[in-house]
Design a protein around this ligand. Structure first.
Ligand code: TRP
Length: 453
């Protein structure tokens, strides 16, 4: 159905859209706090390795499968299988992705709601002149209020739904084209601030890049890093596959995937380099968890007079936009598939799915207040922790494993080769080797190490 097509109007749009999908809360909010909780350098090293040897090859696989069929993910996998004389059952991979959509979007929207709340809070001057304890108090007050969290969660869900539903796509394409560069500029400006004003820049650098191999023995660090590589690159649930299905045939997939990967990684590292010097300068705890971004940066902004307030508004607004450009890519694949499969309207599909994830999102909302003592499965995890763990550390790597196995073992080399003409023979074989052996073995090893623990 041509009406479902995202009109990628320019050649660069795939990179922009895929980068918009990849760059989001994962880079700005999640990466720093995970690095903090997992001891810094050890986590970062494994994360970078996962990006390079697993993430990039799988991003190329998802892209080529999506691009060659120009259709929804389920159909795309089916076609690649059929053209390679493989079984259609591989389409089940897309089902894993579709399960992820609901879980992932349910908490994504709640956290994005925090950023919306902060944008407004800074605009109203709530943070002006506040000291660190007061800033922490404001964050705790937000988490303690289910009504406020639900309000912003609702606003964010509606924003996502409206964009997915309507012709606003041209709008988002334009918005991303402006916002993403702006985000990069602001982040860079803050990097300069961290480097020159905190006096603790080198401590931050040391924390992030101090590769202490002894910490690698802890399998939980490794699985978190692997899971986060998938999360951050938007891999494992056919989101990139769906975006690539809108890509023109003559665009080199390798370069596009490499650009997206590099940009995504740089932005995560930049966020870490902005945040940790501030953490150390204020004597905060690196491992303080999901509040890290919101408490550290707000403390620095609150300290910065009127300029700090303006920067606070702009920064959290950009975080919200980055989250929005990611959230549409979370929901779009399943919406697109539903429309093509069941011939329902885009509006009906969007409203039903967003309604469902909104409801599920309440579990995350309550995890920070009335259910904060609810620890499921006898562990220490709140419902939010559990949903995040299930998606990031299990389902996304599992989806990625199947995509790698499918491309490496089922899809014929000729079929892949046609989509990757830019590669020399040697590089093509390298990619194929990575996707056939290295990526699956690495993912299986990580799973095994966690199970064997
Ligand atoms: N990559 C996004 C982020 O870092 C999140 C995201 C968007 C995502 N679409 C996805 C994660 C698809 C996994 C799959 O915030």
């Amino acid at each position: 159905m041509s009406s479902n097509k995202l009109n990628w109007s320019r050649r660069s749009t795939f990179i922009l859209a895929a980068a918009g999908s990849a760059i989001g809360l994962g880079n700005l909010w999640k990466f720093p706090y995970m690095a903090g909780e997992n001891g810094g350098g050890a986590f970062v090293l494994v994360y970078l390795l996962c990006i390079l040897i697993i993430g990039l090859p799988i991003m190329m696989s998802e892209s080529l499968i999506g691009r060659r069929s120009h259709s929804d993910a389920m159909t795309a996998i089916g076609k690649a299988a059929a053209d390679s004389n493989g079984s259609k059952n591989w389409q089940a991979i897309a089902s894993i992705g579709f399960v992820c959509v609901f879980l992932l979007f349910s908490f994504y929207s709640v956290i994005a709601g925090w950023a919306l709340d902060y944008t407004v809070g800074f605009a109203l001057g709530d943070f002006f002149g506040k000291n660190q304890d007061e800033v922490e108090g404001l964050f705790d007050a937000l988490l303690a209020s289910p009504a406020r969290l639900i309000g912003w969660h609702t606003v964010f869900t509606i924003m996502t739904a409206v964009i997915i539903m309507g012709g606003a796509r041209k709008g988002i394409e334009k918005a991303i084209a402006v916002m993403m560069p702006l985000l990069i500029i602001i982040l860079f400006g803050m990097l300069v601030f961290s480097a020159t004003q905190t006096g603790k820049f080198m401590e931050g650098v040391h924390f992030l890049f101090n590769w202490s191999p002894e910490k690698l023995k802890d399998p939980s660090v490794v699985i978190s890093a692997l899971g986060h590589a998938f999360f951050s690159l938007s891999l494992g649930m056919c989101a990139i596959m769906t975006y690539a299905s809108y890509m023109q045939d003559d665009i080199p997939i390798t370069q596009s995937a490499a650009w997206v990967t590099v940009l995504d990684t740089l932005i995560a590292l930049a966020a870490g380099l902005v945040i940790f010097p501030i953490v150390f300068a204020h004597g905060m705890a690196a491992g303080s968890g999901p509040g890290l971004l919101f408490v550290t940066l707000s403390t620095a902004f609150a300290d910065g007079g009127s300029l700090g307030t303006v920067l606070g508004v702009v920064f959290f607004f950009l975080v919200s936009i980055a989250a929005l450009s990611s959230s549409i890519s979370i929901v779009e694949p399943v919406v697109r598939w539903t429309i093509e499969r069941f011939d329902v309207s885009r509006k009906a599909a969007t409203v039903s799915y967003c309604g469902l994830t909104w409801l599920l999102g309440l579990a995350t909302v309550f995890s920070f207040n009335i259910w904060s003592d609810v620890h499921l499965l006898g562990g220490e995890k709140t419902p939010f922790d559990l949903i995040d763990y299930l998606v990031s550390n299990i389902l996304l790597p599992l989806g990625g494993l199947f995509i790698a196995l499918f491309t490496g073992w089922v899809v014929s080399k000729n079929v892949s080769r046609e989509q990757l003409p830019e590669l020399s023979d040697a590089l093509f074989h390298l990619w194929h080797f990575m996707i056939k052996f290295v990526a699956p073995v690495a993912i299986l090893l990580v799973f095994y190490s966690v199970i064997a623990e």
